[in-house]
Design a protein around this ligand. Structure first.
Ligand code: FES
Ligand SMILES: [Fe+2]
Length: 321
C-alpha cells in the first residue's frame, strides 16, 4: 500500500452510533466506533492486555470498553481505566494500542495510513458530487486493490467484457488514449472506434481536441469517477482489505432529477445497471494472476494500456517517496 495517504475505507452508514464495528482494511483488523456526537474512534482491534477483539466490547461514554476485563480505551488508543487497579489509578503508559486518524465527509470514511506528522488536513474528493444524489453498493473481490483499480483504467476491455452493456457497438480499435496526470489525479480520454480493417489507431499526441472526448478520472490512492455527463457520474472506491482481497464501493450519482421518488427510482435503476456492469468486470478480473500488480511484471502491454502504465509508474514513485 502507498504510505502517507488517506484511504477511503468505509461508507458512513456502515458505522452505527451504538455498536462498535470490526473491519479488516490495509491488512489490519480495526475496531471502529462513534461517540454520542458521531465522532469516530479507530484503533487496532486487539486489546493490549490479553489480545481480545475490542470491537466485541461496548461503547461507554464515547470510549471503547474491552469485553474481557473492562479496560477502557479512548480514541487515541490509550487505556484510561483499568477497573482491576481502581478508577483512581492511572494505567501505565505502555497500556495502549495503535490508533488511526479518520476523516468523514460525503458519506464516506477515510483512514490516514501514514505518519502522524505528515497528515494532510483533508483527503481529496470529487467535490462537485456533493450536490448530486446517489445510490450505492459494495462488492468483495478476491484481488489486491491495484487490480480492481486497473480494471477501471482499462479502456481496451470495453467491447469484450461489456459487449452487452457499456461496450456495445464493437468499438475494438483503441485510439490513444490521452492520459493526463496532474499530481495525484489521472484523467484519461477514451476514443475507441469500430475497426474498418484499414485504420491504424492514433497515438495519444495525434488526437486533436481530446477534451471533447468522454473521460474518466482516478485519484490516488483509491477513488475514481466515470464522467458520464455533467449530471451523471459513476464513482468507485477500491478499498484494500489485505494483499489478496479488496472491497469495491460503487455509487451512481446524478443531478438530473431532484423530485422525490422519481429521484430514488432513477438512482435505483442506476444502481442495478452498475451492479450488472461490475459483475461483468469481476468475472474476469478475479482470474488475473498475479492478484497484485506492480510496475515490473510479466505482462506485455499495448498502447491502449497507457492509463494502467501511468497508474503503475506513479504508484511506484509514491511508494518510493
Ligand atoms: S483482554 Fe482486554 S481487558 Fe483484558
Ligand atoms: Fe469494466
Amino acid at each position: 500500500m502507498i504510505y502517507n495517504q488517506w484511504y477511503v475505507i468505509l461508507e458512513s452508514k456502515e458505522l452505527k452510533r451504538n455498536k462498535p464495528l470490526r473491519i479488516k482494511r490495509l491488512n489490519r483488523n480495526l475496531a471502529l466506533w462513534r461517540d454520542k456526537e458521531g465522532n469516530i474512534g479507530c484503533i487496532d482491534d486487539k486489546c493490549c492486555h490479553r489480545g481480545v477483539s475490542l470491537s466485541c466490547g461496548k461503547i461507554v461514554d464515547g470510549k471503547l470498553e474491552c469485553p474481557f476485563h473492562g479496560f477502557i480505551y479512548n480514541k487515541s488508543g490509550i487505556v484510561e481505566v483499568i477497573p482491576a487497579i481502581g478508577k483512581n489509578r492511572k494505567p501505565p503508559e505502555t497500556m495502549k494500542v495503535q490508533a488511526y486518524k479518520t476523516f468523514e465527509a460525503f458519506g464516506l470514511i477515510w483512514l490516514w495510513w501514514g505518519d502522524d506528522d505528515k497528515v494532510t488536513t483533508e483527503p481529496f474528493f470529487f467535490k462537485e458530487l456533493g450536490s448530486f444524489s446517489y445510490s450505492s453498493f459494495k462488492d468483495h473481490w478476491n484481488v489486491h486493490y491495484s487490480r480492481a483499480i486497473e480494471n477501471q483504467l482499462d479502456v481496451v476491455h470495453l467491447p469484450f467484457v461489456h459487449k452487452t452493456t457499456i461496450g456495445r457497438g464493437n468499438k475494438t480499435l483503441v485510439n490513444g488514449p490521452v492520459v493526463i496526470r496532474d499530481k495525484e489525479l489521472i484523467t484519461f480520454y477514451v476514443y475507441n472506434i469500430e475497426d474498418d480493417g484499414k485504420t491504424v489507431p492514433l497515438k495519444p499526441d495525434e488526437i486533436a481536441d481530446y477534451e471533447r472526448l468522454f473521460h474518466l478520472q482516478f485519484h490516488y490512492p483509491n477513488i475514481w469517477q466515470n464522467y458520464i455527463s455533467d449530471k451523471i457520474r459513476a464513482f468507485a472506491a477500491f478499498v484494500p482489505v489485505d494483499e489478496e482481497n479488496s472491497i469495491v464501493y460503487i455509487r451512481y450519482y446524478q443531478n438530473l432529477i431532484r423530485i422525490p421518488l422519481l429521484k430514488e427510482l432513477m438512482n435505483y435503476i442506476g444502481k442495478i445497471s452498475s451492479i450488472i456492469i461490475l459483475r461483468q468486470d469481476k468475472r474476469v478480473v478475479i482470474t488475473q494472476l498475479p492478484v497484485k500488480s506492480s510496475a515490473k511484471m510479466d505482462e506485455r502491454l499495448i498502447m491502449g494500456d497507457k492509463p494502467i502504465v501511468e497508474y503503475r509508474k506513479h504508484r511506484e514513485e509514491l511508494m518510493e517517496r
